[in-house]
Design a protein around this ligand. Sequence first.
Ligand SMILES: CC(C)(COP(=O)(O)OP(=O)(O)OC[C@H]1O[C@@H](n2cnc3c(N)ncnc32)[C@H](O)[C@@H]1OP(=O)(O)O)[C@@H](O)C(=O)NCCC(=O)NCCS
Length: 182
Amino acid sequence: MLFNPKKIVLKDGRVALLRNPNPDADAAALIDHLKQIVSETDFLLRYPEECDWTEEQERNILSESNADDMRLMLVCEVDGEIAGMCGMSLYPQIKFRHRASLDIGLQKQFWGLGIGTAMLEALIEAASERGVMQLELEYIDGNARGRALYEKMGFAEVARHPDAVRFKDGSMRSLVFMMKKL
Ligand SMILES: CC(C)(COP(=O)(O)OP(=O)(O)OC[C@H]1O[C@@H](n2cnc3c(N)ncnc32)[C@H](O)[C@@H]1OP(=O)(O)O)[C@@H](O)C(=O)NCCC(=O)NCCS
């Protein structure tokens, strides 16, 4: 899904750009970005060694996403660097077409600057334009920063899946499901 690039002003005064990823220019940086964000928090669903795709595979993923009307992928660029990315997936099945799901992840140095808020605003607007009736997401229990962002943007908890996540040390966490009606 294509997105008209949008400038946003961060809380520290810098100007950032929300845009679709560029498959050729961004593929390598986005693999590094993903490895970095999963190493900075336990609240994403992969470990770094599970982000092992090649630059060519990443280029294909980005090209397919930009061309796919059921998916929107956005990156936030700050000072020429990828600060974060987010995505929205719509469902093709007729019975699920009223729903879409979201995901988001920023590098730690860019947390708390308003990027998460701006990204969710962009995804919510794109979902509304496409007639999506409810936006859904899930987060690992304990992610207070994520939950604060989601509640600020109008999401409410709808369910919990106990012990859905098991960390390497054997400890378990629930997945919390949230929804926002549009
Ligand atoms: C969760 C995440 C996406 C939030 O994005 P962000 O850009 O840091 O969020 P924002 O700066 O827009 O802040 C949103 C709200 O979070 C809340 N918040 C900010 N700092 C917080 C903190 N330290 N603890 C709890 N809530 C906090 C505030 O209510 C803020 O709203 P305000 O700016 O109106 O005061 C980002 O921190 C991140 O990528 N974290 C790691 C990956 C992750 O957890 N992804 C989500 C997986 S489900």
